[in-house]
Design a protein around this ligand. Sequence first.
Ligand code: KG4
Length: 341
Amino acid sequence: MVYGIGIESSCDETSIAIVKDGKELVSLKVYSQIETHSPYRGVVPEIASRAHLEKINSLLSVCMEESNLKFSDLQYVAVTGYPGLVGSLMIGAQLARCISLVHSIPIVLVNHLEAHLTVIGLEHDLPTFPWLGVLLSGGNSSIYIYKDFGELELLADTRDDSLGEAFDKVSAILGLPYPGGPIIEKMASSFEIPKGEKSPFPKLLKEDTQDTIRFSYSGLKTAVMYYLKSFTGMPPIEKIAYYFQKTAFELVVRNITKAIEKTQIKTIVAAGGVLANETLRSTLQSEAQNRSFQLYYPQKKIYCTDNGAMVACLGYHLWKEKKFVGLDFKISPKRNFEQIL
Ligand code: KG4
């Protein structure tokens, strides 16, 4: 039995988890800073790092207590090293160093984006590589070719806003709260489409060829803004939310289809905060059935957002490959894997 601890503090969630054999959750604690940042409608880095500092030790104590384990039972401490907010990453990194130094436990440094993809290992056996990793979150809209642990090749990226960011910005435009995803999803689901009605928003990136795979959501945000301005009375918020979501997800589906055709890889792992969206989950599921690809995404919604379990899970595989780092390891805001070496 191999027990490992995962520490996540890259953005606005402070989280600690203990995982057994890289696939069984023993304990998970997540402290979300959403309420702290919501008056600013986005994450304020300085506030985020202070909040991590205030919470992280107590989360560790609760996790250890709940697991009935001693530090001497742990074989590794996995910590998110990149990408993320530097001040926030530093808090988790320092805790990992302390645990390692005091209890002589090796540290493994985890790529946050890769961890989002491997978290499915807590719900299934991991599929055989390569996979197409589709990351849809507040900071990313990207597709990777995931070849092996630590080996990701960027296949598609956004040229402006990420999908989660678009939900957050459109929510602000509509006068709805932050974060935008859950409330827009709720509004969209209460809209009843009149028969034959057409979307007020254009198809995104319709000029792109079969070979060009990319995301772009800032044009859709602008289209929402102008459409809203065309109403003098009460605007139809549910309708706007519905067509915004539909248009945004249509690009996700189109890009996944193109990526499968380009790479001939038929194992898709989708992850990140936006995968909490039920419409996206069911749309991808029916695409997987119709187009015969294997689809995985975190079933538990807590695994969609940032969490320590995903860090401990990927950490196990890196520990098995003896990819340890010394106490002087570096952290990085960048997602380019070579940058931190
Ligand atoms: O992965 P994540 O928790 O963290 C960051 O990337 O920081 O993703 C957060 C993003 C936010 O932009 C939020 O609006 C979006 O995920 N989100 C959703 C839903 N729940 C969260 N987007 C669409 N539908 C949802 N139900």
